[in-house]
Design a protein around this ligand. Structure first.
Ligand SMILES: [Zn+2]
Length: 170
């Protein structure tokens, strides 16, 4: 089976725990009315991590919210990522988690303006520039107004950047 990468390079793997490991896992989750916060180890990415030893695969490090979802609702299919509807990466409440495709995940991140590298324009600005270029406004003037280079505007209009708008029909 080919492994499909989750949000940030974490392969989608089946999570199999012994009853003892399950018990140990839930002890690190603070259950409440709203978010169930993870009290165990955290990664720099802000996600909780749960480390356990599998008889077959040895030492495993899984994302806490993925473990919680798997225990509550079943395995997460390959190529799917798990999204937080509450935007709290430490949250392990299955009610706050939903399965999405990796595209959903990218789109979510775009909408929340989380793309880290090289994006100088937000989605709204990108849309507005395209609209105005179509209406005939000069790219040079738009570049000045938005504080980017004319080549940025050109790439944008040729769908070399913000290409996902085209795919998603935005
Ligand atoms: Zn939550």
């Amino acid at each position: 089976m080919s492994q499909v990468s989750d949000h940030i390079g974490v392969p989608t793997k089946e999570i199999k725990l012994t009853p003892k490991q399950i018990e140990r896992f839930w002890k690190k989750v603070e259950k409440g009315d709203g978010c169930w916060n993870w009290k165990g180890n955290k990664k720099e990415s802000g996600y909780g991590t749960y480390t356990y030893t599998s008889k077959i695969d040895g030492r495993q490090c899984a994302r806490a919210h993925r473990v919680a979802y798997t225990l509550a609702l079943g395995q997460i299919g390959p190529g799917c990522s798990l999204l937080h509807s509450c935007d709290n990466r430490l949250c392990c409440n299955p009610d706050h988690l939903r399965i999405g495709t990796n595209n959903d995940n990218i789109r979510d991140r775009l909408e929340r303006n989380r793309m880290r590298s090289g994006v100088k324009l937000g989605m709204e600005a990108a849309r507005e520039i395209r609209r105005r270029v179509l209406k005939g406004e000069a790219k040079k003037a738009l570049a000045r107004e938005f504080g980017v280079t004319p080549s940025t505007i050109r790439c944008l209009c040729q769908f070399k950047t913000w290409v996902n708008h085209k795919i998603w029909g935005l």
